[in-house]
Design a protein around this ligand. Structure first.
Ligand code: GDP
Length: 195
């Protein structure tokens, strides 16, 4: 995919009305600090359009990036931030739920999980949610540069089992440092644009 233009077109807070877009949308979810901003920047071939955070979990917004006037990359609020208040936690859940339930334009949903760790209860809940609303979430196993090649199969198995994902669920190892897996993710986006 050649990125000719990309811009942050809409930012929705907890009380905002979600936009009615007429381009296909692909959504990215994951707990804070999983590497979601880094992945979105890599996909858009930008250094810092999505803000990479040293302090995780502050912004609770849904961000719509318009790419080439062809597709929206939708950055869902990071969840599971340990210091978040009960109210904030409820707020991200509601926002994601409302988005997944109301947008007519979602063509793919990606769930990011850290390749090094067993999924958290929130990760599992998110996977089940996406599945329940009728999507086949594509799992992206982030920070793949942090494990040895020889550990890959084992870690993927841990993720699959931890999420309760079936054998058909696609799990893509990804690293924003080495760009491993970036082609695969861009191919998914190309497929969405072409369909
Ligand atoms: P977000 O909170 O999910 O948006 O995560 P960020 O993209 O802000 O990344 C959180 C931290 O993980 C930052 O310190 C990043 O530099 C680091 N990080 C993100 N992706 C990778 C990766 O693929 N490999 C490594 N080693 N570190 C990463």
């Amino acid at each position: 995919m050649v990125i000719r233009s990309c811009n942050l077109e809409t930012v929705c807070g907890p009380t905002s009305t979600l936009p009615k877009n007429d381009l296909p949308e692909v959504a990215f979810a994951g707990k804070s600090n999983v590497g979601k901003s880094s992945l979105i920047n890599a996909v858009m071939n930008r250094k810092a359009l999505a803000r990479v955070s040293a302090q995780p979990g502050k912004t609770q917004t849904i961000n719509f990036y318009n790419i080439n006037d062809e597709i929206y990359v939708v950055d869902l609020p990071g969840y599971g931030f340990a210091k978040a208040s009960e109210k904030e936690r409820e707020s991200w859940g509601k926002m994601i739920e409302t988005y997944l339930n109301t947008s007519d334009m979602i063509r793919a949903v990606f769930l990011l999980v850290d390749i090094r760790h067993a999924p958290s209860a929130n990760d599992k809940q998110m996977f089940e949610w996406m599945d329940y609303v009728g999507y086949d979430p594509i799992v992206i196993a982030t920070k793949a540069d942090k494990i040895k090649r020889s550990q890959l199969d084992k870690q993927i198995k841990i993720l699959r089992e931890g999420l309760g994902a079936g054998k058909d669920t696609i799990i893509v190892p990804f690293s924003s440092q080495t760009k491993q897996g970036l082609d695969t993710i861009q191919d998914f986006l190309d497929q969405v644009i072409e369909n």
